[in-house]
Design a protein around this ligand. Structure first.
Ligand SMILES: [Zn+2]
Length: 166
């Protein structure tokens, strides 16, 4: 398995005939694969994709596998989980903003594509387990308030002083 910090595919051969395909398998190690406290562990993304010459340019479709880490929404402990993403993108010489990606110098750069797909899919509010009860009592005491005495209402305190035996 190839390991790299970018995924750029030369498409000169590919574009000689529409319908030509090429499979690529690679492990990407990218920096800054994080959105605040949610991130891709080690910035590692295992990618398997097929690039294909189409009339408009080049189609790239495949799957990305990685491990994500984010704080549990109840206890804030870090939770690891597998993430699998399918993608299907089009590359064109004159790309449509927000819809297709550029072909530059007869090459396509899938690095920003995969980065964006993964960052947008990071789990928002994972749970460390269905039985998570929330914060650790020692670190974030929540029971204190339940044991507190009920607050006395001053209006009743005045009545307590009254005697009806006179
Ligand atoms: Zn938890």
């Amino acid at each position: 398995m190839t390991v790299a910090d970018s995924l750029i595919v030369d498409i000169v051969e590919l574009r000689r005939r529409t319908g030509t395909r090429r499979d690529v398998e690679i492990t990407l190690m990218l920096d800054d694969m994080a959105v605040r406290d949610r991130f891709v562990v080690d910035g590692r993304l295992d990618v398997a994709l097929t690039v294909e010459a189409i009339t408009e340019g080049v189609a790239a479709h495949g799957v990305v596998n990685c491990t994500t880490r984010a704080p549990c929404r109840r206890c804030l402990d870090e939770v690891d989980g597998p993430m699998r993403l399918d993608f299907h993108e089009i590359f064109e010489s004159e790309p449509t903003d927000g819809e297709t990606w550029p072909i530059k110098d007869e090459r396509i750069d899938l690095t920003p594509v995969i980065r964006e797909i993964a960052l947008l899919s990071l789990p928002l509010a994972p749970l460390c387990g269905d039985d998570c009860v929330g914060p650790e009592p020692e670190r974030f005491p929540t029971g204190v308030y339940e044991e507190a005495q009920p607050v006395k209402d001053d209006r009743w305190a005045a009545l307590e002083g009254l005697s009806f035996d006179e």
